[in-house]
Design a binder for this molecule. Structure first.
Ligand SMILES: Cc1cc2nc3c(=O)[nH]c(=O)nc-3n(C[C@H](O)[C@H](O)[C@H](O)COP(=O)(O)OP(=O)(O)OC[C@H]3O[C@@H](n4cnc5c(N)ncnc54)[C@H](O)[C@@H]3O)c2cc1C
Length: 430
């Protein structure tokens, strides 16, 4: 019924996408967000007078839901596309990466391995149907196509330092969609083309928030939903900050593991399904430096002394005057003992890694460093992942639940979150 108030839990890109669409269709979203700001993983923070994302974000040519939203909010002129460079730090050397010539010149890999790697990557960009890859395990799939040598040199650290003990549990379809997204974001075979938004992702998210508020939507920040109340077979409201808010329709966009905490009354099979989804955490170090580390936006790393698969030199995409900003993400399962390491340990590692990659960098070049953590940053999407997920409209009247894994085989992303959220909202009010 138009004018109806609908609860949205979480104000990340998906929650904002849901709320935006609800407003467009004449409904009144009430958004509960535990943080003191909107954005979720894309939220910004004050990094020494610089308002910047806690985690790096870039955009690809194929980010259609994101680009559509920019258009609707008249923000297209804030979008900038840049021919970025990629590098590989391997065997103590910084090498060019990301185009066929760089692959040919790459030192530390045989010719046959290079050919097989290149062919596999190329065919991934041409593939459109992910279904044949859905039930295949990713590392075996890559080894069959690219061979063990290329896997060991170019892929193994990515799996090891992102997924640890879950590295054999990923779907080939999910990995394929990542290869394709980056592989297709190019101006030509030799140049990668990535995008950034003036002011960062928050330019869009704040604009979505304003649109939602103008349409009557309400944001309750610092309002963690403690419980979704179910009576009989229907929802009847949420508890947040000890207060009860009545609703007949509730849409949750928070990471699935939290669902088990806030909806304890779910049937056992649903609890089982949600509890079997594994998630990777991230400890992300952001550094402000006086000097550029390399000229690459993305730098892959395969080095026995570094427990990272790569790093992002953000200002090589989005210039910020004379400031040089680098993000160094340490991914790991939240249960891994390393996740308990204090911030100081990660800061020291990052300082030593950056100095090793570019020996010109000294301690005096580090202006500021900061550590952000997100416990449920990346779901582990295994073969046949969607078959294991309950439908977003749960068998409880008025209750919809989704998170970043619901648009499998696509990886989590701002565009996918907004697009999925908008489609979900249409179903909620159908
Ligand atoms: C290191 C890193 C790099 C990334 N790089 C890119 C990139 O380059 N490009 C790209 O497109 N995407 C990137 N992403 C992914 C992107 O940030 C996510 O896909 C997107 O933010 C997910 O949005 P979401 O709304 O689904 O979830 P989230 O952003 O996780 O939002 C969920 C929200 O729910 C809130 N919440 C949780 N529990 C409760 C509760 N009980 N009550 C109320 N609120 C609650 C949280 O505070 C949060 O705000 C990156 C992510 C990370 C971590």
């Amino acid at each position: 019924m138009s004018g109806e108030r609908i609860a949205v839990i979480g104000a990340g890109p998906m929650g904002l996408g849901v709320a935006y669409q609800l407003v467009q269709q004449g409904y009144v979203p009430v958004i509960f967000e535990s943080d003191d700001r909107v954005g979720g993983m894309t939220a910004t923070f004050d990094f020494g007078a610089l308002d910047i994302e806690r985690y790096y974000h870039f955009h690809c040519i194929s980010d259609s839901a994101f680009l559509d939203m920019l258009k609707e909010l008249h923000l297209e002129e804030k979008m900038h596309w840049v021919e970025t460079c990629m590098g590989y730090y391997y065997q103590g050397k910084l090498q060019e990466w990301g185009n066929p010539l760089a692959l040919l010149r790459f030192s530390g890999l045989g010719m046959v391995a290079k050919f097989r790697y290149g062919l596999h990557a190329f065919l991934c960009t041409k593939r459109t149907d992910w279904k044949p890859l859905d039930h295949i395990e990713a590392t075996g799939w890559i080894k069959r196509w690219a061979g063990n040598e290329a896997y060991d040199v170019l892929w193994s650290k990515l799996f090891e330092y992102k997924f640890y003990e879950y590295d054999q549990e990923l779907s080939a379809a999910w990995i394929w969609s990542r290869i394709r997204r980056i592989g297709r974001s190019r101006s030509n075979l030799f140049h990668e083309k990535l995008g950034y938004l003036e002011g960062g992702s928050s330019t869009l998210l704040q604009s979505m928030k304003s649109f939602i508020e103008r349409g009557g939507g309400e944001f309750l920040l610092c309002s963690s939903v403690e419980r979704v109340n179910i009576t009989g077979s229907s929802v009847d409201g949420v508890y947040a900050g000890g207060k009860f808010y009545p609703f007949n329709k509730i849409v949750s966009t928070i990471p699935l593991p939290y669902i088990l905490e806030i909806i304890p009354d779910l049937p056992a099979d649903l609890r089982q399904a949600f509890s079997s989804v594994k998630n990777i955490a991230v400890v992300c170090v952001i550094v402000k430096l006086k000097k550029q580390v390399t000229s690459n936006f993305w730098l892959n790393v395969n080095d026995p002394a570094m427990d990272i698969p790569g790093l992002v030199e953000y200002t090589n995409l989005r210039p910020l005057g004379d400031q040089h900003i680098v993000y160094v993400p340490f991914y790991m399962p939240g249960e891994h003992p390393k996740y308990q390491d204090n911030d100081e340990i990660f800061l020291k590692k990052v300082a030593s890694y950056l100095k090793a990659i570019n020996p010109v960098i000294t301690d005096e070049d580090f202006i500021r460093m900061h550590v952000s953590r997100y416990r449920f940053a990346q779901p582990v999407c295994g073969p046949g992942y969607l078959d294991t997920l309950p439908p977003a409209h749960l068998p409880v009247n008025g209750l919809w639940v989704a998170d970043t894994s619901y648009y499998y085989p696509e990886d989590r992303g701002i565009s996918e979150g907004i697009g999925y959220g908008r489609e979900l909202a249409k179903k909620v009010v159908q």
